[in-house]
Design a protein around this ligand. Structure first.
Ligand SMILES: NC(=O)c1ccc[n+]([C@@H]2O[C@H](COP(=O)([O-])OP(=O)(O)OC[C@H]3O[C@@H](n4cnc5c(N)ncnc54)[C@H](O)[C@@H]3O)[C@@H](O)[C@H]2O)c1
Ligand SMILES: O=C(O)C(=O)C[C@@H](O)[C@H](O)[C@H](O)COP(=O)(O)O
Ligand SMILES: [Zn+2]
Length: 341
């Protein structure tokens, strides 16, 4: 379970932690946006800056090589400390690089996007994309601490805020029926982000503490991701890539459709979920020729067993079930449903 600290004085809080931690050298990993918008909110001294390119398409082993090269150039030893200042890409990749450098040095996450604050910075899943497959190379390792301050959201573009909101929707759909009723009736622009972040972190931490290495229950945090990751990967290198949360939102519609087809949820529930998602996200038409490509991408999902594509389905709002084998036929029907929402 991650050690999450909520603060409204991020700089002070970080300095307090650094003052009480022994380390030989300090590195801060940023991308061009967090360099501009987030680093100025900290007054940390004596650190080496490692700047990478922003965005999912740089979540690769090549960027890891660059980070490992920098740590080596700066002569980091095993007592070095890394701060990941950024969204989920920096958190996943910076944590992976730290955890593998000289067999592992410590890292602190300072998530600066809604998505990273509600989901990615918590739970210890680290890694990078590989050969077009999401998070294909990685490991589990916990940060020393996760420092969350909603002040970072002030500079976050609206589409990135909405991307993070998809994981909030997910947390409610898998675990919180009452919360969903409130959330789905609220105006997006009047949501209290700090409360939302705290609630999502609580849900995620509860699940992760029961099953840190995803041998069972933790798989429910992957609702929407079997189809969603395939959609995200497929569009990543096109002119119209989707953000992670945007793809997961579409994946949640598809996986809800499969749940409906199996009489696990009613038509009304499917409509309610689809309506809420389509109100917040621009839906994408996926050409039928691409269905087969998506199915092949799903063939590499980390939840699968040797012969089946496995997904998380809903029994009702607030209750999810994992290890459900999904067929190609019902997946294509779900994609077809998505195309006609
Ligand atoms: N490890 C996990 O449990 C977990 C959970 C969910 C998602 N993820 C991963 O997280 C990644 C997505 O994370 P993300 O949505 O944060 O993407 P991201 O890290 O690419 O950040 C989104 C964009 O926002 C910019 N940005 C960051 N903070 C900003 C700020 N405060 N102001 C202005 N701009 C800012 C970034 O530079 C980037 O361009 C995906 O790779 C996904 O697979 C991991
Ligand atoms: O923490 C988890 O467990 C999750 O599944 C959270 C997801 O939102 C996240 O996108 C995660 O990185 C997906 O994991 P993966 O194992 O399918 O790559
Ligand atoms: Zn996700």
């Amino acid at each position: 379970m991650s050690n999450v600290i909520f603060s409204t004085q991020i700089s002070k809080e970080l300095n307090r932690i650094l003052d009480s931690t022994k380390y030989s050298k300090l590195a801060v990993i940023v991308d061009e946006n967090t360099l501009k918008h987030c680093l100025p909110l900290l007054d940390t001294k004596d650190y080496k800056l490692i700047e990478i390119n922003a965005g999912e398409k740089y979540k690769t082993l090549d960027t890891c090589t660059f980070i490992w090269q920098k740590l080596t150039e700066y002569s980091f030893d095993r007592h070095g400390l890394v701060i990941n200042l950024g969204g989920g890409v920096i958190g996943d990749m910076g944590g992976f690089c730290a955890s593998t450098y000289k067999r592992g040095i410590r890292f602190i996450n300072i998530p600066t996007t809604l998505l990273a604050q509600v989901d990615a910075s918590v739970g210890g899943k680290l890694g990078v994309d590989f050969n077009g497959f999401k998070n294909h190379i990685g490991l589990f390792a916990e940060p020393e601490a996760v420092l969350i301050d909603a002040i970072f959201l002030r500079t976050l573009p609206e589409n990135e805020l909405k991307s993070g909101y998809a994981e909030v929707i997910k947390h409610h759909l898998i675990r919180d029926f009452n919360g969903w009723n409130t959330l789905s009736q609220s105006e997006f622009n009047s949501l209290d982000w700090l409360e939302i972040i705290k609630h999502s972190v609580k849900i995620k931490n509860q699940i992760v503490s029961e099953d840190p290495r995803e041998s069972g229950l933790r798989k429910i945090l992957n609702f929407g991701h079997t189809v969603g990751h395939a959609i995200e990967s497929h569009f990543l290198n096109t002119d119209e890539p989707l953000l992670h949360g945007e793809a997961i939102a579409l994946g949640m519609i598809c996986e809800s459709h499969i749940s409906f087809q199996r009489n696990m949820i009613s038509k009304d529930v499917l409509n309610e979920i689809t309506h809420h998602i389509s109100n917040h996200y621009k839906l994408r038409v996926i050409k039928e020729e691409a269905f087969e490509i998506l199915w092949n991408l799903m063939g590499q999902d980390k939840k699968n067993n040797t012969s089946n594509v496995l997904a998380v389905l809903l029994n009702s709002i607030g209750e999810a079930t994992f290890d459900c084998t999904i067929s190609k036929k019902e997946t294509f029907e779900a994609l077809n449903f998505l195309n006609h929402v």
